[in-house]
Design a protein around this ligand. Structure first.
Ligand code: EPU
Length: 393
């Protein structure tokens, strides 16, 4: 077994002090809030209180920490880059009887206008560990790492398994919680372990993929019994053997158009996926969004058959629970609301399931819009939809 530790967070490797700075530096996938004191550029914001070696600020606006750019402030806020600081932050909140909310890349959430009560912990835990075992490559990655950096790393090294999940915004820690998926692949297929901090017992635990109870955009961590855990690291199992997954409609069409005698390479697949995504999703540095706002609903076979009689082209995929239908298609072709706007909120013109903040939308406006759309869906199809995004309050 070859053990190759690629890097750890800089405070772990040279003991530099990490402090919070104002959100001034944007990267492709978000804002950089922290600077290593060794690398310079640190700044101590107003209202910061230092407690031990964690810094807790008050009334920190959260909209800049999210891709939707919506909502109010955290009552208390801290950013942690290692498990020890996470522990301290949780213990601090516990002692004060404050609720704890964990924020990762902020790409699948919106914040309530009234803000978030208690302590918001920005999970910025870094670290990458790579273990090669024959054909398999096990990547153990800190929850605060940018997920797409890991996909890019895997693609550049020739490790298969995550390439269809290219160009999805967000952090590694969110991937098991949400069981992110795209173009025929769900991340659950690649997750072997999730390491988590157990708030109740004040210990670190390792959960196997099975224990995470993964479902469609669902996992243990979204349910009451999993709320005790804060994800700290995720282990993905990749493979050196080429295994392109090209059956998803958009990707199959790309493959058909570019087919040669050779299998497509990892880089070609990543490039194709990112190109498809860029047609369907806005650049959230320009327009606020959290991607698909609703889940694709699963309905009974009878319900689907009845809808097919009215809408013969409605895409549906058989699942053990029933038929999963393409809500984007319904919004676009049945309700004709692709690109529909109400004030500063609307659906995206490139993909109707994507809801966009076209200006300074409030969470109240967003929720009214979402309720209105959900009602329209129900009136037309009797489908009850569920949000795919999470509201933080
Ligand atoms: N469609 C339309 N018009 C639209 C949108 C979709 O006709 O405005 C049709 C498409 O042509 C296609 C079908 O509906 O036949 C499904 O559309 P698409 O392939 O774009 O995927 P989706 O079901 O709308 C899901 C995920 C996305 C993921 C894509 C690609 C959910 C809620 N969304 O969207 O994930 O990127 O598949 O795999 O499952 C997310 O979870 O936030 C997300 C963006």
């Amino acid at each position: 077994m070859e053990m190759n530790v690629v890097c750890f967070s800089c405070n772990e490797s040279h003991g530099a002090q990490i402090r919070t700075v104002s959100p001034s530096t944007k990267t492709t996938f978000g804002y950089v809030f922290q600077r290593c004191a060794v690398a310079g550029k640190e700044a101590r914001p107003m209202n910061e209180e230092t407690r031990g070696d964690i810094s807790i600020e008050e009334q920190v606006p959260l909209a800049p920490y999210t891709t939707f750019h919506i909502g109010g402030a955290a009552e208390y806020f801290t950013s942690v880059e290692n498990i020890e600081k996470l522990r301290k932050a949780v213990q601090w909140a516990k002692a004060k009887k404050f609720p704890v909310t964990v924020l990762g890349g902020g790409s699948n959430v919106f914040v309530a206008d009234a803000g978030v009560r208690g302590l918001v912990i920005h999970n910025h835990i870094t670290g990458r560990e790579i273990v090669k075992e024959g054909d398999a490559v096990l990547l153990t990655i800190g929850a605060g790492e940018v997920f797409d950096d890991i996909v890019a790393l895997a693609v550049s090294r020739g490790w298969w398994g995550l390439e269809n999940l290219s160009c999805i915004p967000g952090s590694v820690g969110a991937t098991p919680i949400q069981n992110i998926g795209a173009y025929g692949v769900e991340v659950a297929e690649r997750i072997v372990f999730v390491d988590a901090y157990d708030k109740e017992t004040d210990t670190s635990v390792r959960l196997t993929g099975d224990a995470c109870l993964f479902g469609y955009r669902d996992s243990l961590f979204k349910h009451a019994e999993g709320k005790r855990y804060i994800v700290t690291r995720v282990t993905y199992r990749l493979s050196k053997t080429p295994a392109p997954v090209l059956h998803y409609r958009d990707l199959a069409a790309w493959n058909e158009a570019h087919k040669t005698n050779e299998l497509p390479t990892l880089t070609e697949i990543r490039t194709a996926v990112c190109a498809i995504r860029s047609r369907k999703f806005p650049d959230w540095n320009v327009l606020g969004t959290a991607g698909s706002f609703f889940k694709n609903p699963t309905i009974s076979d009878a319900h689907f058959s009845a809808l097919l009689e009215r809408f013969p082209e409605l895409p549906g995929y058989k699942t053990p629970e029933g038929v999963k239908v393409a809500l984007g298609w319904i919004l676009d072709r049945v309700l004709n609301v692709r690109g529909y706007r109400s004030g500063t909120v609307g659906t995206y013109e490139g993909q109707a399931l994507v809801v966009v903040n076209y200006g300074d939308a409030t969470s109240a406006e967003l929720e009214t819009f979402a309720r209105d759309i959900a009602q329209k869906i129900f009136d037309a199809t009797e489908i009850v939809v569920e949000w795919e995004v999470t509201k933080l309050s």
